[in-house]
Design a binder for this molecule. Structure first.
Ligand SMILES: NC(=O)c1ccc[n+]([C@@H]2O[C@H](COP(=O)([O-])OP(=O)(O)OC[C@H]3O[C@@H](n4cnc5c(N)ncnc54)[C@H](OP(=O)(O)O)[C@@H]3O)[C@@H](O)[C@H]2O)c1
Length: 467
């Protein structure tokens, strides 16, 4: 029964942010359990960012339909919702897609760095819950390394282009003379950091607010800006011309009522208005621009209906990114070419894994024999000197190693070439039967909960930053 690597995804490419939100999986740990139990996935990794909800899985026939059903039940969506929004890739296409992710080619802002950190976090989480195993761990580790290399060689990420800098550019395109305006940043997380860096680089002054004033203060100490009290800001947004909102709050922080009040106060030239020169002659404010970078959104959409208020979210940033894509078209082509080459390397390492259960079985079995014979010899010789025993031990190891390694390496090479005949034959020769997990693939991957460590099945080299 052939196992496949599949990728199922809903992304900003074909689903606007408000649709994408509906596919988000709230309880990832529970989702892993459900996917294992109801979709029969041998291994699974979930990647969720504000621009995508993706699953990579290793599964047998029928896994795709079962996966959709479980995903639908986890989100409360009708399965038909998936018809319009879900994209699927298998095997080499799924691997190619993962390389596009790690190299930043599939990102809204081409070459942005955050996705790499998010993928590292996702595989670290999957590893922790043992939802991923031998196959996905190897694939992700290699894809992260390849993606990092491609970024370096093509220079795609240079110039600090990020969601934050795109948002600031979007504000600049819509607001005259930004330097004279009052700017507020709500949030002190990863995206806020990107916005703050971009504001600072361009010489704009800004206020920063966060649920804890201490956090806003610490943020401002390292990234610029002036900390302001959260409650103060939330009770009256009056005086601000531009607001960047980037929080993970699960509800509307910026409500219709508050913005409505702020706009009225501004128009009346009210005393709360500390915007200095922001008022138009005659007491009319020039308006307010709000950039909601959050997903789920944290600004009530109805504020866009208020006169003078312009609301933009990640969808508009996505449009702006089209321009960025054109500008970076040359680099994007270079990445495509690099991925074309690397996908073969990644495929080969996946195929190579098919030999690992047999290799492990053989080494384990022979080592047990070696150990037994060693102990027997030590007894017969009545040997007690640890140095001498050590010499005999090394000798036997070397002999075993030099006899077993060549055929096993040949087996791995055959596996890399996808020669399933040799694998099946090796299984029979080395007495690797059905009662072993992960029968030489052809067979199944070890189930996520019970996989034996393979040479590549190590912890990721890089520390995973937070998502
Ligand atoms: N990371 C990306 O690449 C990326 C890209 C585009 C958009 N986004 C979206 O941008 C938003 C922020 O992402 P992030 O990566 O910056 O997240 P993050 O690093 O986890 O930071 C989250 C921020 O939200 C604040 N927050 C959480 N719950 C809150 C609540 N109930 N009320 C007020 N503030 C609250 C946190 O404040 P405390 O410090 O007080 O907890 C923190 O400042 C998310 O909606 C995300 O989907 C992320």
């Amino acid at each position: 029964m052939r196992q496949r690597i599949i990728n199922a995804r809903v992304t900003f490419h074909n689903s606007p942010i408000h649709v994408l939100e509906r596919f988000a999986i709230r309880d990832v740990d529970d989702a892993y359990e459900q996917f294992r139990r109801h979709s029969g996935l041998d291994e699974c990794v979930i990647i969720q960012t504000c621009n995508r909800v993706e699953l990579f899985a290793r599964t047998g026939p029928g896994g795709t339909e079962r996966l959709k059903r479980t995903w639908a039940s986890l989100t409360g969506l009708d399965e038909v919702a998936f018809d319009e929004n879900l994209e699927m890739s298998e095997d080499d296409e799924a691997l190619r897609h993962l390389l596009k992710l790690t190299s930043g080619l599939d990102s809204m802002v081409l070459g942005e760095e955050q996705i790499l950190g998010q993928i590292k976090s996702s595989i670290a989480e999957a590893r922790k819950t043992r939802s991923s195993g031998r196959y996905l761990n190897t694939i992700f580790d290699k894809a992260i390394r390849i993606g990092t290399r491609i970024r370096g060689s093509t220079g795609i990420g240079r110039g600090g282009v990020s969601v934050g800098s795109m948002a600031v550019r979007l504000a600049e395109e819509n607001i005259d003379d930004m330097k004279s305006k009052r700017i507020l940043l709500i949030g002190t997380g990863e995206v806020s950091t990107l916005v703050a860096k971009s504001l600072l680089r361009r010489g704009y002054a800004f206020d920063v607010t966060s649920r804890t004033l201490g956090r806003a203060r610490a943020f401002c100490e390292s990234l610029g800006g002036s900390p302001v009290r959260f409650e103060e800001v939330l009770s009256a947004f009056t005086g601000y011309d531009a607001m960047f909102v980037a929080t993970t709050a699960p509800y509307s922080l910026v409500t219709f009522e508050k913005i409505s009040q702020a706009v009225s106060a501004g128009r009346a030239g009210g005393s709360n208005d500390h915007s200095g020169g922001s008022n138009e002659p005659g007491g009319h404010r020039r308006g307010m621009m709000i950039l909601d970078l959050s997903n789920p959104r944290t600004v009530d959409e109805r504020v866009a209906t208020l006169p003078g208020v312009k609301l933009m979210n990640l969808d508009q940033i996505s449009e702006m990114v089209e321009k960025n894509l054109t500008a970076k078209a040359g680099k994007a082509r270079a990445i495509e070419d690099a991925i074309k080459e690397e996908v073969g390397v990644l495929e080969a390492s996946v195929r190579r894994l098919a030999a690992e259960p047999i290799a492990e079985h053989v080494f384990k079995k022979i080592d047990a024999l070696r150990e037994k014979e060693l102990q027997k010899a030590v007894r017969v010789l009545d040997e007690t000197d640890p140095r001498r025993i050590g010499i005999i031990d090394s000798l036997t190891r070397e002999i075993v190693e030099s006899i077993v390694s060549p055929p096993i390496n040949n087996l791995r090479k055959a596996s890399e070439r996808g020669d399933s005949g040799v694998i099946a034959l090796a299984g029979r020769l080395f007495d690797y039967g059905d009662d072993n997990d992960g029968a030489a693939d052809a067979g199944a991957a070890p189930s996520a909960g019970a996989h034996a460590p393979a040479p590549n099945d190590t912890a990721p080299n890089d520390t995973a930053p937070k998502n």
